[in-house]
Write a protein that binds this ligand. Sequence first.
Ligand SMILES: [Zn+2]
Length: 141
Amino acid sequence: MDKMRQFGYLLQSRMAQVLYGRNGFDNMARTSYMTAFVLLVINLFAQNAVIYFLWVALLGYACFRIFSKNISKRYAENQKFMSMTEMPRKYMKLAVLQWRDRATSRYYICKGCHQQIRVPKGKGRIEIRCPKCGERFIKKT
Ligand SMILES: [Zn+2]
């Protein structure tokens, strides 16, 4: 067990050494990497040349980001990526919450400020007031 831990530390410090002065795993690299992994799994069954090409491209792009030395440029790209994907990420998180609490609550996103609002289920038609910006809207729960 001790040997395992030692090996873990060694691996970690090696990683830190390798990634010193490099961009490392940012959100964009992680997304490319994860998407590449999903494509790999899909292609185990699909065996499609286009998917294979996409897999190589995404993996290559992830590596390019991780080992890039132009950190400020990669940072700016990552920020842009995060703001561009803010809404889909919000809706995805919402879908997960919606599913998790499907027995007790419903979730909405305020049209005014995109704040996430949780309301108890089974109240019929109610007026919801956004606690952040005060926008009112009517929903059936
Ligand atoms: Zn609002």
